[in-house]
Design a binder for this molecule. Structure first.
Ligand code: GLU
Length: 469
């Protein structure tokens, strides 16, 4: 396989979202698999809409996900000379021409074209040999002279053969009247200059491809191969939007997802390899092939992402998971209580019950803090006057315990329940509310074991007071 040169070319006009990251990932995997290079190019020519904070978000998002690039980031605003030269060449060779039509005139053509039902709106008024030509003294934009007949054809790596008839391609603008180049021009010039072999991008760009091919041809350059990725849709089959989940990939970091899990999830969005669900990065590099991408839209399934993330979370050892949680909390400016060994015991009790680090941190609250958040209904139902003697008996027993471990705690609970002729649950449920604040928790003996004697007893004593009202 010859080394491929691929690129990711985001416009910094918004947050980096999952669809964009999938494009970046597929491009990067193609480059890695072929031992080629992956480039990052920031398409910041739209100065009004481009913002530095979006550039930072793109770089941070890709770095967080480990989608690293070999060259760049390049910035189009720093490459104006290259574009100016290309525009000069295109005009000199007659492939492009100045157009003096005003916005009002263009609007008029648009209306007329719409009424006549033609596929393109510009009437080629200023094109030499076709229309009357530009009007002297007016500012001019530059337009490509698109073919008047025939078709422009390319073979998409995912969609197969795509043909555009000449009537579908208008004489599009490559430089505005202020001299600034348009997207069609800069993308073709840059892809050629950066020797990109495979352009991977969203299929909202399919209609731009014939225009860019015309620019390559007019400049005497070989067009790259193209792969247009189908859209990512929500489960309701509507275009993915904020309603379906986080808008920016960095929100997934803040929600406590693992970058490896998100990458694995995105790779599987529209691509498959047998029925394998979990892929290491190396396996992705080894197995990914762009022609295995499904031409139908990929569906974003948030539950599946949670499932995948839970698999990654459970694959961590307790020590690793505790370290992950410490780092996650530290990003929010919180330092976890206790030492690393205690934190590892804490997360071992919770890991099977959560999908993300955020859930893990939230569910660890009663371990980490002493001001419990009580579930009022549970308190009312379980911390009742008749629970008080049971809790008191338990307190007395626990005070006398020589060792504090799951087995001895369980024996103490059983002894108290038996002595009061009660089922274990009758004791365990009020204890759970008194110690954790609610009715759901890991096994109560594990919880008390991690919590330790002093904190357990303090909470049980408060529990007795609550029972007595
Ligand atoms: N800058 C374009 C975008 O953000 C991408 C263009 C391309 O990949 O050719 O949609």
């Amino acid at each position: 396989m010859p080394p491929m040169r691929t690129r990711f070319a985001p416009s910094p006009t918004g947050a980096l979202h999952v669809g964009g990251v999938r494009t970046a990932l597929f491009s990067q995997l193609m480059a890695r698999r072929s031992q080629g290079s992956f480039l990052l190019r920031i398409e910041d020519t739209d100065r009004k809409r481009s913002e530095d904070r979006y550039i930072d978000g793109i770089l941070d998002g890709l770095r967080w996900l480990g989608i690293d690039w070999d060259e760049g980031p390049f910035f189009q605003t720093q490459r104006s000379d290259l574009y100016r030269d290309a525009i000069g060449k295109l005009v000199a060779s007659g492939s492009a021409y100045p157009c003096s039509c005003t916005p009002e005139e263009l609007e008029k053509h648009r209306e007329e074209a719409k009424a006549a039902g033609t596929r393109t709106s510009y009437d080629r008024h200023c094109r030499p040999g076709v229309g009357p030509g530009p009007i002297e003294g007016r500012p001019t934009s530059i337009r490509m002279a698109a073919p008047l007949e025939g078709e422009v054809v390319f073979y998409d790596e995912i969609k197969g053969r795509i043909a555009f008839a000449a009537e579908e391609i208008e004489d599009f603008v490559i430089a505005r009247s202020d001299g600034t180049p348009t997207y069609q021009l800069v993308v073709a010039v840059d892809d050629a200059d950066m020797e990109i072999t495979h352009v991977v991008r969203g299929d909202d760009h399919v209609n731009n491809t014939p225009k860019q091919i015309l620019i390559y041809q007019a400049l005497g350059l070989e067009p790259p191969a193209f792969a247009h990725l189908p859209l990512v849709l929500g489960k309701d089959k509507k275009r993915l939007s904020k309603r379906h989940g986080a808008a920016s990939v960095l929100e997934y970091r803040d929600l406590g997802y693992y970058p490896d899990a998100l990458v694995n999830f995105l790779a599987r969005l529209g691509w498959s390899h047998g029925d394998q669900e979990i892929f290491t990065r190396d396996e992705l590099v080894e197995k990914f092939a762009i022609d295995d991408v499904n031409p139908a839209a990929g569906v974003f399934d948030a539950e599946k992402l949670d499932w995948l993330n839970a698999q990654y979370l459970r694959a961590r050892s307790p020590d690793e998971l505790a370290a992950d949680l410490r780092a996650f909390a530290a990003r929010e400016g919180t330092e976890l209580r206790g030492d690393a060994a205690w934190q590892a015991r804490m997360v071992s009790t919770l890991r099977e019950r959560v999908a993300t680090l955020r859930e893990l941190l939230d569910s660890a609250r009663y371990y980490l803090e002493d001001d419990l958040v009580f579930d009022d209904a549970a308190v009312k139902k379980l911390l009742t006057p008749d629970a008080a003697p049971l809790l008191e008996a338990l307190i007395a027993r626990l005070e006398g315990l020589h060792s504090w471990n799951v087995e001895d705690l369980e024996a103490a609970f059983r002894a108290v329940a038996d002595a009061h002729d009660q089922k274990l649950g009758k004791l365990a449920q009020p204890v759970r509310v008194a110690v954790t604040g609610g009715k759901q928790s890991p096994g109560i003996f594990e919880v008390l074991d991690v919590l330790g004697r002093d904190r357990t007893l303090a909470r049980l004593r408060t529990g007795v007071e609550t029972c007595r009202g």
